[in-house]
Design a protein around this ligand. Structure first.
Ligand code: 5GP
Length: 204
């Protein structure tokens, strides 16, 4: 039997408000072959967030200890809080040949690509800055100054876009999900992911 290698690493980055969390959740619901890489963070849990599902919530001290012990494949400070991807969790998923989805900021995305060149980096953008502002305001969790700050930050993140493999514009979540699934399908068919030697020796 000819088989393609499993174990895709898909890292998704986007400005806050672009719909990254919804898109990742929809992707995970679409197929059991994906698992989400649960990050560690020093920020407090939001309402409805569950320890070990959305994040592992730790103190700055605990986080720093993990940094010192090289427990992260990448980590970054985002909006004043620390976030990191556990090497242990990611490597276990890779060994189990799972398709892993990571939600990371742009610094994290480029670090992942450096450590795992086979990773697929996807950049998600809202249809316009005006739309992003509208979405952030409708969340009502941020005050005026913070919305302005988030948009300024988002514009800076565009500098990292050239390091990414794909861009999805989220003007409609269903279409964005279709795009993401199409990207993943195409990536699974990439010739350099096909174990040609094994195929040559494959019996039957
Ligand atoms: P939030 O606090 O809104 O959940 O996330 C804030 C930002 O941190 C988002 O851009 C999110 O993608 C990013 N983030 C979440 N987990 C990680 C991680 O493990 N590493 C990095 N570099 N960024 C992360």
């Amino acid at each position: 039997m000819f088989k393609k290698k499993k174990g895709l690493i898909v890292a998704i980055s986007a400005p806050s408000g672009a719909g990254k969390t919804t898109l990742c959740k929809r992707l995970l619901q679409s197929s059991p072959s994906f698992i989400f890489s649960v990050s560690f963070t020093t920020r407090h849990p939001r309402k409805n967030e569950i320890e070990g599902v959305d994040y592992y919530f730790v103190s700055r001290e605990e986080f720093q200890k993990m940094v010192d012990a090289r427990k992260f494949v990448e980590w970054a400070e985002v909006h004043g809080q620390l976030y990191g991807t556990s090497a242990n969790l990611l490597n276990k998923a890779i060994e189990a040949e799972k398709d892993v989805v990571l939600e990371v900021d742009v610094k994290g995305g480029t670090q992942i690509k450096k450590n795992y060149p086979q990773a697929v980096l996807v950049f998600l953008l809202p249809p316009s800055w005006q739309e992003l502002e509208k979405r952030l305001r409708s969340r009502r969790t941020e005050d005026y100054e913070r919305v302005k700050e988030r948009i300024k930050q988002a514009k800076k993140e565009i500098d990292y876009a050239p390091y990414y493999d794909y861009l999805i514009i989220n003007d409609d979540i269903n279409r964005a999900l279709d795009d993401l699934i199409a990207i993943i399908r195409a990536e699974r068919c990439r010739m350099n992911r096909v174990p040609l030697e094994e195929m040559r020796d494959s019996e039957g």
